[in-house]
Design a protein around this ligand. Structure first.
Ligand SMILES: Cc1ncc(COP(=O)(O)O)c(C=O)c1O
Length: 401
């Protein structure tokens, strides 16, 4: 495979992409014609379909994955009467939002090292971190791969802990035949750019608990009495209308303004209808990259999918087994292949300030942080672009390997 010119390629090769297709435009047009921008039929349909896809009874669409996580934790904190300073288990490799929302809820993130092949939380290290103040676990399904949920659920049950799945990077994937987002009390997803389904900004909470669903809705609506969530509630009749009128401007908890609009929901609904194609293409692209890079396995640790789960490849993660990551990343970037550091967390300036220099307690996370990065394998990448990526890796190792 020799690539002579980059002219026919679409460069740069990004970690994600989004294009308005016919369906997205059609549904957006529907919103424009309806003159309805606030929570309405598009959002309701998106919530219903997205939650059903994840085997959950309730879906609540809000304005980001971070907001979804924030109000998920807040809802559990309220229901289970957690105190400020109680502890939540979080993996030592994740996007910073996972642990930031714990802090924003006045709780304490307690980090657990990750598995060196899946990059997800290592369940065998969780129990030693549980104290009498531990209240919950946030397993993160990173890069499209579900965490080891059977063990996590078992540990949570045995220790009376709640589970919030941070599924912001993984949609529709199964673990032992069960969908992500349906294992814990609440699942949280993101539809930010470069994610699996893209709506621009957006987040979704999934749950099977009607009680939690009501609280989450209220929390994203300023803490409003959940009797009034949509302007359609004004259309109720008789006694019910009077009850609503009396209570619709009552705020019963400290809430947020985390709402999205019908426009994001319209895009989400269109994207949801294409999910099969998106999954297929991402898996094919990841398999193609793996086949093309296989002969470099002496240098590179390529993605690994345990047999009991599906990988839907939001990204294509790589960790260097030897050699200099900086040099390789620079080479790729110079050649217009976008890379991102692999979720450095404990070495972030803020976290060093908050928790001190604790990186050495998490050797696998430290190894990944220092040697890992990811590239894109999204559905818009064509074979020629993947060939280009594969070729550039080979060029690098020929020159410097
Ligand atoms: C693991 C993880 N959690 C949470 C988030 C936050 O999602 P959002 O950007 O929609 O707030 C992200 C976003 O990239 C993420 O990767």
């Amino acid at each position: 495979m020799k690539i002579k010119s980059t002219q026919q390629l679409k460069l740069p090769i990004g970690v994600g992409d989004f294009r308005f297709g016919t369906l997205e435009k059609k549904f957006i047009r529907k919103v424009i014609v309806s003159n309805r921008l606030s929570y309405g039929p598009m959002t309701q349909e998106f919530e219903r379909k997205f939650s059903a896809e994840h085997d959950c009874r309730f879906g609540i669409f809000c304005n980001s994955g971070t907001s979804a996580l924030h109000i998920a934790i807040a809802a559990l904190k309220e229901v289970y009467k957690w105190n400020n300073g109680d502890e939540i288990i979080v993996p030592a490799i994740t996007f910073i939002a996972t642990s930031n929302v714990v802090l924003h809820n006045n709780l304490k993130p307690v980090f657990v090292d990750v598995d060196r092949f899946t990059y997800n939380i290592n369940p065998s290290l969780i129990e030693e971190k549980i104290t009498e103040r531990t209240r919950g676990i946030i397993p993160v399904h990173l890069f499209g791969l579900p965490a080891d949920m059977e063990y996590i659920v078992e540990i949570a049950r045995g220790n009376k802990l709640r589970i919030i799945e941070d599924s912001c990077e993984t949609m529709f994937a199964t673990y032992k035949g069960k969908k992500v987002g349906s294992f814990g009390d609440i699942g949280c997803f993101s539809t930010y750019i470069a994610h699996f389904l893209v709506t621009g900004i957006g987040g979704i909470c999934t749950t099977n608990s009607s009680r939690l669903a009501v609280i989450i809705k209220s929390l994203m609506n300023h803490g409003r009495d959940a009797i009034y969530i949509s302007i359609d509630d004004d259309n109720k009749k008789g006694k019910e209308l009077f009850r609503i009128v009396e209570r619709r401007f009552k705020f019963i908890r400290l809430g947020h303004s985390f709402r999205a609009t019908e426009l994001e929901a319209a895009i989400g609904l269109a994207q949801l209808m294409k999910k099969g194609d998106i999954i297929t293409k991402r898996r094919e692209n990841a398999a193609y990259l793996t086949a093309g890079l296989r002969d470099l396995e002496e240098f590179l640790q390529l993605p690994y999918t345990p047999k009991d789960r599906e990988h839907n490849f939001m990204m294509y993660p790589i960790v260097l087994k030897k050699g200099n990551k900086k040099k390789l990343v620079r080479f790729l970037e110079e050649n217009m292949i976008e890379t991102r550091d692999m979720m450095p967390l404990l070495n972030q300036p803020l976290y060093i300030k908050l928790f001190g220099n604790i990186q050495n307690e998490y050797p696998v996370a430290k190894w990944i942080q220092n040697n890992g990065f990811y590239i894109g394998c999204h559905q818009y990448l064509m074979k020629k672009e993947l060939d280009y990526v594969i070729d550039k890796f080979h060029q690098f190792y020929k020159k410097y390997g």
